[in-house]
Design a protein around this ligand. Sequence first.
Ligand code: AMP
Length: 477
Amino acid sequence: MTGPKHSCGVGGISADYDVSPSLYTALMIIQHRGQESAGISVFDGASIGTLKNNGLVNVALPKDDVAKVLGHVGVGHVRYSTTGNKSAVNAQPITVSTNFDTVAVAHNGDITNFSDLKEKYRSEGWTFLTDSDSELVTKLLGKFMTMYNDPVKSIRATMGELDGSYALTILINDRLFAIRDPYGFRPLCLGRLDGGYIAVSESAAIDALHGEFVRDIEPGEICEITKDTFKIYPAVAQHPRAYCMFEWVYFARPDSVLDGSEVYDVRKKIGEILARECPADVDLVMPVPDSGRAHAIGYSMVAGIPYEEGFMKNRFVERTFILPDQKQREAAVSMKMNPIKSTVSGKRIMIVDDSIVRGTTLKKLITMLRNAGAKEVHVRIGSPPIIAPCYYGVDMKSRDQFIATKHSVDEIKEIIGADSLGYISLEGLVEAIGFKESDLCLACVNGKYPTCIPGEVHRFQTNLHESFGTDQSDKKI
Ligand code: AMP
């Protein structure tokens, strides 16, 4: 699998007014899902106009320019991919013209058969401008629109070619569609606005537009949205679901409700369960801001130990996680966080975070806390050890990257310099999210994948060589 990873955010609005400013607002609200580029595509009655660029929403989409993109229906995108794929050419939405229509696509997810499909279509003479799987999705849609001139049939035909994860908002001239892959890896929901409808990755964006949440787009559904109403084209086949657990643990905003489960509530429950599973005798509980905040609140409430904000976070520092080398990542952590000495000095501290990937953040933070006079530093983590790569859109790419593939929990405790280390159990995590285990994608923590990935174990296999029933397989719709 090649191509940039897409842990992105998407939106689409149809209304009885110019939608660009509302798309801008929605993208600002889901900015955490992608900070590398942003874009909008709007149909103006004759053609689709696109404004997109690298940078945060307010940089990529200057307000004066947004105001010039006129039209009552449009889609938007924020993009997050790894360093090395920062070219503005990969910014979305991606547009293509067909004999009949112009198509604009905003994509969140990763197409796992991208390389095979690209090879196949290259050998048929197609050319690609980017290394993005979203370009392939857009071109496939264009191909089927030329064949069928029927949006729903074309979208279904496109879905039939794709494996992996995709939440899409699609503009076909003036027609707006929101689509979720048959597993529902990435979230997508529908809201009613004053004078229109919106589909967007996270419900917090509906709140910001003073809208009303209507429903989640269910896995495999195609939802057509107009300014007055919406129409659901149901999934053609039932699949076991595979909601990404990392959306609740880390990725989504705490104020969003994903598939009926509020992110803040889940994180707090994770903390509560952690407090029961891994108690410790400490003076105070502190989050690693911002990602560990709700988890730490839950921990503190159940443990009956005071909650304190012991780190000041500099919100203007760029994301440390995606920096290319270890030295830069470590330096960036010190720039990003500083302990509040009066809070930590002489104390036995519990810090709570959502996940450990490489261990960089916690190792550095624990050193800082000790330098600031902390007597003991205990660590609790809101996900089980990350041991397997994500192929479905979260930037956790290779096993070598993960500290937990090479080291036991005890060794990790030593490496990061903690007095104790506890991860939530898999069962605890599943309980906190509130779905059946079989409805979740837990591949990054149990190494079992909901779809066929060459060389990886499927969730209905116990080992790579065992077959599994076709009714449970990931056959395409
Ligand atoms: P590490 O320092 O490599 O152990 O990374 C763990 C920290 O990065 C945690 O505090 C998470 O909040 C954050 N994190 C985990 N996964 C990701 C991701 N895919 N992209 C950005 N940040 C992440």
